[in-house]
Design a protein. Sequence first.
Length: 275
Amino acid sequence: MTLDYDIGDVSPYINWIYFFHAWGSSRMSLPEREQLQAEAEQRLQRYAGRYRTHAVFRLFKAYSEGEDIVVEGQDARNEKRETRIPCLRQQQQGSDYLCLADFINRQSETGNQTSEIGVFVTSVDQGMETDFDGDPYEKMMMQLLADRLAEATAERLHEEVRRRYWGYVPDEQLSIAEMQQEHFKGIRPAVGYPSLPDTSLNFVLDELLDMKQIGIRLTESGAMKPHASVSGLMLSLPEARHFSVGKIGYDQLADYARRRGLPLELMRKFLGGNL
């Protein structure tokens, strides 16, 4: 399913805290922050109708096997197959030793009963990142707004998925502030974030979503272009929660490389921050 949004549809979902953080405004006074937000909101109004944001979402049957999430169904080329999404487990002493695969039914424990999983990607019109090269201030402002709009689109999409497209909480009534505080059922872990730190997983998600249909291309490391893009998973279990994988050992690195089917040294490069 492909969805398009006008800027005005998703701008109410912007979390301004992250906008200020990205701007580096920790030393700004409250009036200065208010002025900065006012300038940003003026641009959102000015460019409403000129730029849009985009999303792709698919819902699959899935089960877990070890630290892998196994997705069943047709891929983006309409070929029926099983697609494995390898995950990482916390290893550090004192952690809860969590893995995202823990929040998907294990086939061996459920008599072949599968779970469901959502896979998504959101992005913005590329012009938001390229149309302002002649003005450094405007370019920075629009890049940060593009980042926030991609995240806001993911927030809006997740709400629609929970209530309508997946519909596991059709009667949910949350304010945007409550959604930003993650008071909803389930989680939306994003690729490149603490529980899914390997950005090269975007190649796996691309096989399921065909990201180019909303203008996204992947670099050699799996980073998305436009930079203002968000990809990830949607899990519905009430016990699902966010966590940080943190540091992993050589044993898990080697096992993960085997499950990804990629050379160990390449995975060492992708996961350098977790070693």
